[in-house]
Design a protein. Sequence first.
Length: 83
Amino acid sequence: DVYKRQEKIKQKIIDYFNNNVDVVLSDAAANTTGNKALDSYRTGDLCLNAMNFAKKLLAENGIFLSKIFMGSTFEEINIKAKP
């Protein structure tokens, strides 16, 4: 099952770094469709997923930096990004 493999890989990464990562940089963006609202939402969702994963890797006072597009998820991302 793909989901189980992904979770195993994520856990191996978490175990390897043991909360000792200073910076996580995400330049992820969904393939654009031309629909700005949809593109913004999909890229925002990627950002939220990357941020949630980064929180499991980062050392205390670690930094998460990500590309995001202005749109429906922008405020949610900003709220969740605050310590």
